[in-house]
Ligand binder design. Structure first.
Ligand SMILES: [Cu+2]
Length: 127
């Protein structure tokens, strides 16, 4: 009986030692995964995309939410890129000139128009 009791004690001690060892190992793993998360967060910059306006028409464009849009006016008259709900507006983009706009931070399909030419309509897709 004493022999079995001693064996049981050794097993319990071994289990405790193992648990402590695993605990220490788990801690060091946690700190290394935190470092990985920090590295991943650095890659968030999206390249600007061009929105071409030509022949009184807006080119179809899909842009990342909050991304920068370069407006390229290829017509010989000025235009604007304005949201139908007025949530964004490029202001006047000069004839054969450029302008810029920041895409909405919310994804969706946004109806756009030109404030100078009432017949100009288009859609900006944000994802
Ligand atoms: Cu226009």
């Amino acid at each position: 009986m004493t022999y079995i009791a001693t064996r049981k004690l050794i097993v319990v001690l071994a289990a405790v030692a193992l648990a402590l060892g695993v605990g220490a190992c788990g801690k060091s793993k946690k700190s290394s995964s935190a470092t990985t998360t920090t590295t991943a967060a650095v890659t968030t910059t999206a390249a600007p995309v061009d929105l071409t306006v030509q022949g009184f028409k807006f080119a179809a464009l899909t842009v990342t939410a909050g991304g920068k849009i370069n407006i390229v006016n290829k017509d010989s008259v000025p235009h604007t890129v304005t949201a139908d709900d007025n949530s964004f507006d490029s202001g006047t983009v000069p004839a054969s000139g450029t302008g810029s706009l920041t895409a909405p931070t919310k994804a969706g399909s946004f109806a756009i128009h030109c404030k100078i030419h009432a017949n100009m309509h288009g859609t900006l897709v944000v994802q």
